[in-house]
Design a binder for this molecule. Structure first.
Ligand SMILES: Nc1ncnc2c1ncn2[C@@H]1O[C@H](COP(=O)(O)OP(=O)(O)OP(=O)(O)O)[C@@H](O)[C@H]1O
Ligand SMILES: O=P(O)(O)OC[C@H]1O[C@H](OP(=O)(O)OP(=O)(O)O)[C@H](O)[C@@H]1O
Ligand SMILES: O=C(O)c1cccnc1
Length: 473
């Protein structure tokens, strides 16, 4: 995207200019990205958006037109001269895309100059919050769809060009294919598509619409059967065409149901297709599907549906349309920094940190330990906000979550493709106990502070409070 360095909030640039004027621009900063509440009343988030972020950061710069625009907004010539040489040179640490992440554990760290780390805040939040949200929604649909095909149909309902990132995130969360052609090209996602009612309406008779489509597209044909009357017209006509295709050595791929009682219609259509000798013609369903409807169709009603086309609910994360991930300063020139708040839940964890994923004896995820960066093993974790709650984890397997993915502004190694991230997400979900995956009142996954971090946090709080009470009133 052109001028992408301006894809930010004004206050990032206002602060950056202030840091520059104050001689603070080159102080060493560490910022943490984390979220506080899982969306959809669920128990986890699927981390996504890293590849997009790193690709943009590698090439981040202020071009002549952007600098000219900032000049018109009143930014200083000296600051603009500095921005004209700006290149993102920081280090980024994170786990791979597809990792399951939990409230309060920092999962993306930016370590660089105060100026560069501040300047990327909005871009980072925009990309990671959105893609992680959509990947999480997609993963919930994958949870209930089993091995059935999930196709993203959302572009027409997506929020503008966000539709491109939504299609990629849908794959990270477990979707198989997309109708979004640009996403297919950009991210190497298999394309999939059927036809709309307009095609059927453009012919005088449904059977002619089906026949003509099948003549052009043969084995790839999926016929939309609900334009007039699904069971009296659509399915019988599709069966006629399936027979004609077979006579020419082809097989009809599927029919698509797009309205009405999808379980009832799928059952009746399945029987009609089977009785007519077409047990391999698949049944696709669409129409405002989400994870709850898909589960009801498959689990409660045992609907014989093979393919789900999902749009609006997926790409807009309809029931919880924003992930509130935040980006907070943790260290400046190696001094831990804290943000106090009236609300305990909004207080930050100061200092350079590492996150350990703790597994139980069966190898399942048990907890995340947020520790100081130099710690190599965590004995005990403490609840971040309830001091009396603590757990001994000294005997459990501990894996480092934050690994360098970018150094000196250049990515390390190759970025995961959407499908590699999807495979990783699938492995991760298999390691998350069912009580954290369930949709209703999931059991809260433990995220705790190491004793050293807890002490550092408490000291920083005490210092900050003392500072407050020393102020003249
Ligand atoms: N058997 C079913 N069990 C649970 N939910 C279903 C079932 N069949 C359809 N639905 C869902 O019910 C919702 C409403 O279906 P309905 O047929 O009323 O669709 P509509 O969008 O209001 O109208 P239209 O069917 O004309 O598009 C949709 O979200 C659909 O996915
Ligand atoms: O329902 P979604 O999950 O968003 O999936 C995409 C929908 O888009 C298409 O119809 P469109 O919405 O254009 O028209 P319709 O609602 O009249 O079928 C398609 O037939 C799906 O129903
Ligand atoms: O290919 C389809 O059937 C399709 C694509 C986008 C939206 N609705 C349906």
């Amino acid at each position: 995207m052109d001028h992408i360095a301006l894809y930010t909030d004004l206050y990032e640039l206002t602060m950056a200019q202030g840091y520059f004027r104050e001689g603070k621009a080159d102080q060493r900063a560490c910022f943490d990205y984390f979220y506080r509440t899982p969306p959809f009343s669920g128990g986890y988030v699927v981390f996504a958006g890293l590849a997009t972020l790193l690709e943009i950061l590698e090439d981040l710069h202020f071009d002549a037109a952007s600098l000219e625009f900032l000049k018109e907004q009143g930014f200083d010539a000296d600051f603009l001269a500095r921005l004209s040489e700006f290149r993102f040179q920081a280090e980024i640490r994170s786990p791979p895309e597809g990792t399951l992440i939990f409230p309060y554990a920092p999962v993306l760290q930016v370590r660089g100059t105060l100026l560069e780390a501040q300047l990327v805040e909005t871009l980072l939040l925009n990309l990671v919050n959105f893609q992680s949200l959509i990947a999480t929604k997609a993963s919930r649909m994958r949870e209930v769809a089993g091995e059935r095909l999930l196709v993203d149909f959302g572009l027409r309902r997506a929020h503008g060009f966000g539709g491109l990132h939504a299609s990629r995130a849908a794959v990270v969360g477990g979707f198989d294919a997309t109708s979004n052609v640009l996403a297919g090209m950009h991210y190497n996602i298999p394309l999939s598509g059927t036809l709309a009612h307009a095609w059927i309406q453009s012919f005088d008779r449904e059977i002619d619409a089906f026949r003509t489509f099948a003549e052009h597209y043969g084995d790839a044909s999926v016929l939309l059967v609900d334009t007039y009357d699904t069971l009296k017209s659509g399915v019988p006509n599709a069966i006629t065409i399936a027979g004609e295709l077979r006579a020419r050595g082809h097989e009809l791929k599927a029919i698509r149901l797009d309205s009405g009682d999808l379980a009832y219609l799928a059952r009746r259509a399945r029987k009609m297709l089977d009785d007519a000798g077409f047990p391999d013609v698949k049944i696709a369903a669409s129409n405002n599907l989400d994870e709850h409807v898909i589960r009801s169709l498959l689990v409660d009603q045992q609907a014989p549906i093979d393919i789900f086309g999902v749009g609006t609910q997926l790409v807009t994360a309809y029931d919880d349309p924003a992930l509130g991930g935040v980006y907070k300063l943790a260290t400046l020139d190696e001094v831990p920094r804290i943000k106090l708040s009236d609300s305990l839940r909004k207080m930050t964890f100061p200092g350079d940190k590492q996150v350990f994923r703790i597994r139980d004896a069966e190898g399942q995820f048990y907890a995340d330990a947020v520790a100081l960066d130099h710690q190599t093993h965590v004995e005990r974790i403490h609840h971040p906000h309830e001091p009396h709650k603590e757990v001994d984890i000294s005997q459990l397997d501990q894996e480092l979550l934050l690994q360098p993915v970018m150094q000196h502004g250049e990515r390390i190694g190759t970025l995961h493709s959407a499908f590699e991230a999807r495979a990783y997400c699938r492995q991760q979900l298999a390691q998350l106990p069912a009580e954290h995956r369930r949709f209703h009142n999931p059991h809260l996954y433990k995220v705790g502070l190491s004793t050293a971090l807890r002490d550092q946090r408490d000291e920083a709080v005490a210092r900050a409070r003392k500072h407050l009470s020393d102020r003249p009133t």
